[in-house]
Design a protein around this ligand. Structure first.
Ligand code: SF4
Length: 326
């Protein structure tokens, strides 16, 4: 029985790639890579890759991408797309990890749900060939949805995989995939996700600004996905939660070197003063916290900071504008 590792986002393309491989009796192990720039999943999508892999009966391994990946984002050899998305470097990196995993478990090849021409930067023919070569997977990278439009791979030439049963899908239309899903009896699959935040121009601005201030740990970059962001005159950052979920995440991602602020006795945001406990920064952060509380029209608002309570006036709109990052 041939053995393969599949890159598994939990989206329709990767589900279909798995189904096509299972049709040919390939034993699969799925890898789901989790970059710090992954959009926050909606409530009902939180365990989606796990759920989809379970439905297919495939073991799934979730691999968070950390500091090495962030270094790659900062300095990609093959440049960025429309935002700060270094898709070619990103694919090479992820597929290199997949190759290492393939070798470790003694699998024969790697499978992806990539479709020729579906994504402008990394899924045109030249880019796909480059990615395959640079990740050390020449001949061992099978893209079943578009395989008939690409060079035959090692598992095909060795007779492990029947090329005739592979497909020749290309382009951005989702119709062929939806028809294929119906053929396989796959009724439940996620809508195309919001995608990678690195392709988002507003997020890219936030990210550039953070990197320019030396904020580049996984935690600091995860925080870019949520809240309103402000840069104080001291160079420190303030993040204001916009809802209960963001408030909770801010609390979870805070560290002893930060300051957490919350309005006392009235509804309002959780505010994070990142990497600072200075009194001046804390006071400004408290005024920002008061501004976004439910009592922003009052002349003074109580804001709790650790075991103290500050009585502060909400910061004026024209002042806060100077601090806003986006
Ligand atoms: S869109 Fe994002 S996750 Fe996808 S290849 Fe590009 S940089 Fe990587």
């Amino acid at each position: 029985m041939p053995k393969a590792v599949v890159l598994f986002s939990g989206g329709l393309d990767s589900i279909l790639a798995c189904a096509l491989m299972q049709e040919q009796n390939v034993s699969l192990t799925a890898l789901h890579f989790l970059p710090p720039f992954h959009p926050l999943p909606k409530k009902d999508e939180r365990f989606l890759p796990r759920k989809m892999a379970h439905q297919l009966g495939i073991p799934l391994k979730i691999i968070p991408l950390r500091q090495e990946y962030i270094s790659l984002i900062k300095n990609p050899r093959y440049g960025y797309g429309a935002g700060m998305n270094p898709c070619i470097d990103c694919r090479i990196y992820i597929l290199t990890l997949a190759r290492n995993f393939m070798e470790r478990i003694g699998a024969d090849f790697v499978v992806t749900g990539e479709v020729l021409g579906e994504r402008p930067m990394s899924q045109h023919r030249q880019a796909m060939e480059l990615i395959e070569r640079k990740s050390g997977l020449t001949g061992r990278l099978l893209r079943p949805l578009s395989a008939k439009l690409l060079e035959p791979t090692w598992p095909e030439t060795q007779g492990l995989i029947n090329r005739e049963k592979l497909l020749a899908i290309q382009g951005r239309s989702r119709k062929p995939q939806m028809e294929l899903a119906a053929k396989f009896g796959i009724r439940e699959y996620p809508n195309p996700a919001g995608g990678c935040l690195l392709t988002d121009k507003i997020f890219a601005r936030r990210l550039r600004e953070a990197l320019a201030h030396g904020e580049e740990t996984v935690r600091e970059l995860k925080l870019l996905r949520i809240g309103r962001h402000f840069r104080l005159n001291s160079g420190r950052k303030v993040i204001v939660g916009r809802n209960e979920r963001e408030n909770r995440i801010i609390n979870n991602l805070s560290r002893p070197a930060d300051t957490i602020l919350e309005p006392v006795d009235i509804p309002g945001p959780t505010v994070l003063l990142l990497n600072s406990t200075s009194e001046e920064d804390t006071l400004t952060a408290a005024r920002i916290c008061a501004r976004y509380s439910d009592c922003k029209q009052m002349s003074e608002v109580k804001v709790g900071v650790r075991d103290k309570i500050f009585l502060v006036s909400p910061i004026e709109d024209d002042k806060i504008r100077n601090f806003r990052i986006d």
